[in-house]
Write a protein that binds this ligand. Structure first.
Ligand code: GLU
Length: 498
């Protein structure tokens, strides 16, 4: 039998900013497929309707294109397995869930969220691992029918063996054994008829004829459920390969609290896409000759899974900066450099965002440099003195920055929301808005007289603002005064429940 064509995919969920981890996983799938003349597919996993947005999806697509990780099939490209957006795949998942139900591999669960939450609390306090206790597994068919007749909401859960263990083969790690009693009876279809990640992912990987799944190691524990689903359906399982997670310098999982994670940040900072891809490649792979600088094409040509290393790769901005500098110095001519700068910021699209902010504030074009500088910079140079020049004292500046850093994660990154967030902080702290904003002007724009703050923050993006606010907070320090604790407490109580 001829070997099937290699088909890989990246399957991001469009919730929030495009993540550097998505690019990392996409890169490895891209190289693996391309090296073998196969196909690389992009699938949007947007079944979490409450958190998925079209805006986030558009940003993912744009960022992957910016990096040059183009897909053979997927949104905006289409292909034989369209649609590639799970929310558009209709009743497909429901039909497959029903198939499992009929075959006795799944069951309806009528437990209410209240019961499940009490059950988990009880399990936790008894020192047990929280997981479904199987109550509805024991319902008689007559009981199920009567509950269905009275329109009780239900989910569909998969059955899972109670004893023994599951062995999952990983191309990099070899066999991984996971005991069944650590695997939950996973919900496959939610009460609203939407599939969970597990069902949709398995069904689509099968229907889209994916042969190899390269994904982050955080999915290892899901692999037994997926393996079982493939068995229940009688489908061959794609080969699995779990890539090492990107890590913060302290070795914890890469998180925006410790490291910028949004691809938009790296673009706005002016990293070259070639350098970022090169760096992401280096995170878990090396050239046979040890050369650290390589292009996407070179990585494709030399790509071997055997050269993937499993150590915890630390995402280090200093090293990325060094590599980026090499790319700028060694790989672009003066003309190309000028062209890159235009593409980065001196383009109509970006300038048109700035024009309405700067035009009314200048008398000659030469005034532009000062006002536009924050939009053409990464982390800006400021002093603690500048941050403290206004009416707020040291503790208040520190608290205000700290609070903004906490709150900014839960607001939509639009100027109106940013304004409301800062007004809320001023109110909670009992200080005048004008006084509160002053250190923010300095932190974000480098000067208390600049373009409107909220607009600037929206344009710069959440990650760059976070980086600048964090830089400012590091400069003033985080005093642990009773006053600060009182403010934080009052404001936390005020915080809407997540
Ligand atoms: N939607 C999942 C994610 O956001 C995909 C995981 C997988 O590759 O199976 O990472």
């Amino acid at each position: 039998m001829p070997k099937p064509t290699v088909r890989t995919r990246v399957a991001p969920s469009p919730t929030g900013d495009p993540h550097v981890g998505t690019a990392y996983v996409a890169l490895f799938n891209y190289c693996f497929a391309r090296k073998q003349g196969g196909q690389f597919i992009l699938r949007i996993e947007d079944t979490d309707t409450a958190r998925s947005t079209r805006e986030s999806e558009a940003a993912i697509l744009r960022s992957l294109r910016w990096l040059g990780l183009t897909w053979d099939e997927g949104p905006e490209v289409d292909g034989p397995h369209a649609p590639y957006r799970q929310s558009e795949r209709g009743n497909l998942y429901r039909e497959y869930a029903n198939q499992l139900l009929e075959a006795g591999h799944a069951f309806r669960c009528f437990c209410t969220p209240e019961r499940l939450s009490k059950m988990r609390d009880a399990q936790r306090s008894a020192g047990q691992r929280p997981g479904y206790d199987g109550l509805c597994l024991r319902l008689s068919p007559a009981e199920v029918q009567s509950r269905l007749a009275s329109n009780e909401p239900f989910v569909i859960r998969m059955k899972v063996p109670e004893e023994g263990s599951c062995t999952v083969e990983d191309l990099l790690r070899g066999p991984i054994e996971i005991a069944w009693n650590t695997v939950d009876m996973q919900v496959l279809l939610k009460a609203d008829g939407m599939p969970t990640y597990h069902l949709a992912n398995v069904v689509d990987d099968h229907l889209m004829e994916i042969t190899h799944i390269l994904r982050g190691e955080e999915w290892i524990n899901s692999a037994p459920k997926h393996k079982l689903l493939y068995e229940y359906f009688g489908w061959p399982m794609p080969a699995l390969c779990h890539l090492p997670l990107l890590r913060n310098p302290d070795k914890s999982k890469l998180s925006k609290r410790k490291n910028p994670t949004s691809l938009l940040f790296y673009e706005r900072m002016g990293y070259l896409p070639e350098a970022l891809l090169n760096y992401l490649g280096l995170m878990a792979w090396s050239m046979p000759d040890g050369e650290e600088k390589f292009s996407l094409q070179e990585m494709v040509e030399r790509f071997e899974l055997e050269r993937v290393s499993l150590g915890g790769p630390v995402f280090d901005l200093t090293k990325l900066g060094w590599l980026n500098g090499r790319w700028i110095r060694e790989n672009v001519t003066d003309n190309q450099f000028a062209e890159r700068v235009c593409r980065w910021a001196l383009n109509e699209n970006y300038l048109m965002k700035l024009v309405p902010l700067v035009r009314s504030r200048i008398s000659v074009l030469g005034d532009l440099g000062f006002l536009a500088a924050p939009f053409l910079s990464g982390i800006i140079t400021i002093t603690p003195g500048q941050l403290m020049e206004g009416n707020l004292d040291h503790d208040a500046v520190s608290v205000a920055l700290d609070l903004a850093l906490m709150r900014m994660e839960s607001v939509e990154w639009k100027k109106l929301e940013i304004e409301n967030m800062l007004k809320g902080i001023a109110e909670a702290m009992g200080v005048k808005l004008r006084d509160l904003l002053r250190p923010f002007f300095v932190a974000i724009s480098g000067s208390p007289v600049s373009v409107p703050l909220y607009d600037a923050m929206e344009i710069l993006g959440r990650d760059l603002c976070r980086a600048r606010l964090r830089h400012a907070l590091a400069l003033v320090g985080k005093p642990d005064s009773p006053e600060k604790r009182r403010w934080l407490k009052a404001i936390r109580e005020d915080e809407p429940a997540q």
